[in-house]
Design a protein around this ligand. Structure first.
Ligand SMILES: NC(=O)C1=CN([C@@H]2O[C@H](COP(=O)(O)OP(=O)(O)OC[C@H]3O[C@@H](n4cnc5c(N)ncnc54)[C@H](O)[C@@H]3O)[C@@H](O)[C@H]2O)C=CC1
Ligand SMILES: Nc1nc(=O)c2c([nH]1)NC[C@@H]1CN(c3ccc(C(=O)N[C@@H](CCC(=O)O)C(=O)O)cc3)CN21
Length: 282
């Protein structure tokens, strides 16, 4: 059984939906989209933290307008009891402030927080649409001293995750890897969003695979259970599952490998990054 986390989008109606459907104590990460701005991420994160969730806001470097704004965000984290952030560059074409990349922002956070803030970073098992593989790897090698773990982009292939982890280790990146898995999201929504974030080709590949594709994407929603079970069977499984819910919270996986969305600390914060009792032995 894997340790698990849920990712949500800070839409207006999401806090009551989470309160209704997700047990307090669950780890929830809150995205930071260019059209929303970081305030919405922080407002939602603080509200959920106040209701007893272990919350991880995403901070996009290019969406932060000033060092003062960052200091305010860190103060808000302190007030809400938030001790971990997910730091990315951000999909904004141009930076609106002093930080160009996740690395820039991580250095400033480490300094302002006296290195007490835990930070996750993004990994791309199938590459990134506009950043070369070599540059992504170099960026991870640099960031690993500031980070606690990697969360992968949404992926649909266990062997791709396995190969990605092997390449990371070969190239000297030692951080625990959490596999990004799509939740039970309606198939049309999933196809649209996967295309938008640059992983559409792998999803289209699956949908074009006849019987297997029908199993994976048949019915109205994607079903992640088989993929999660296959990840658990890898010789070296990932440290945990990061479930991209896209706010579809109606059928969170409770069986088939993920285990119940649990209410305890998931262990991603510590170096080593796994809740040993929750992860199958290699
Ligand atoms: N909002 C979210 O939750 C997530 C967002 N993303 C998006 O993925 C992208 C990358 O983010 P990070 O992994 O944090 O990378 P990053 O912004 O830290 O960049 C990694 C490396 O690539 C370079 N780089 C960045 N953008 C580039 C570009 N357009 N062309 C060439 N080189 C570039 C940077 O200088 C750095 O060396 C961003 O667009 C980010 O918003 C990825 C995962 C999650
Ligand atoms: N390049 C990239 N950007 C991201 O923001 C991102 C990734 N990759 N990879 C993993 C997750 C997935 N992300 C996403 C992507 C799209 C929506 C989304 O629902 N977009 C809605 C608009 C939501 C709104 O404005 O209220 C859409 O309809 O496109 C949410 C999270 C965030 N993360």
């Amino acid at each position: 059984m894997f340790a698990s986390r849920l990712e949500i989008i800070p839409t207006q109606d999401i806090v009551p939906a989470v309160l209704e459907r997700v047990p307090a104590g669950t780890t929830i990460t809150v995205t930071c989209l260019p059209q929303h701005g970081v305030e919405r991420t922080m407002d939602t994160a603080s509200a959920l933290a106040g209701h007893g969730f272990n919350v991880v806001p995403h901070l996009a470097a290019r969406s932060i307008s000033s060092r003062g704004q960052l200091a305010g965000i860190l103060r808000a984290c302190g007030t809400a009891g938030i001790t971990e952030l997910f730091v990315i560059g951000g999909d904004k074409g141009q930076s609106g402030g002093p930080f160009e990349s996740s690395e820039d922002l991580m250095r400033e956070i480490a300094q302002l927080s006296g290195k007490s803030m835990k930070m996750g970073v993004a990994g791309y098992p199938e590459g990134h649409p506009s950043i070369a593989d070599g540059q992504l790897m170099e960026s991870l090698r640099i960031k690993q001293d500031l980070a606690t773990h990697i969360v992968t982009q949404m992926c649909f292939s266990p062997s791709t995750i396995a190969e990605y982890m092997a390449v990371l280790r070969r190239d000297g990146v030692k951080l625990p890897v959490w596999a990004g898995v799509a939740g039970a999201v309606p198939r049309t929504k999933l196809l649209r969003l996967a295309t938008k974030i640059g992983v559409g080709s792998s999803l289209r590949f699956i949908t074009g695979k006849g019987a297997l594709g029908m199993t994976l994407l048949g019915g109205t929603s994607y079903q992640p259970e088989q993929f999660i079970a296959d990840l658990a069977d890898l010789p070296v499984p990932p440290a945990g599952i990061h479930l991209y819910t896209f706010n579809s919270l109606d059928s969170l996986p409770e069986a088939g490998g993920l285990g119940p969305i649990h209410g305890t600390s998931d262990g991603a914060g510590a170096k080593g990054g796994v809740r040993s009792s929750a992860v199958p032995s290699p």
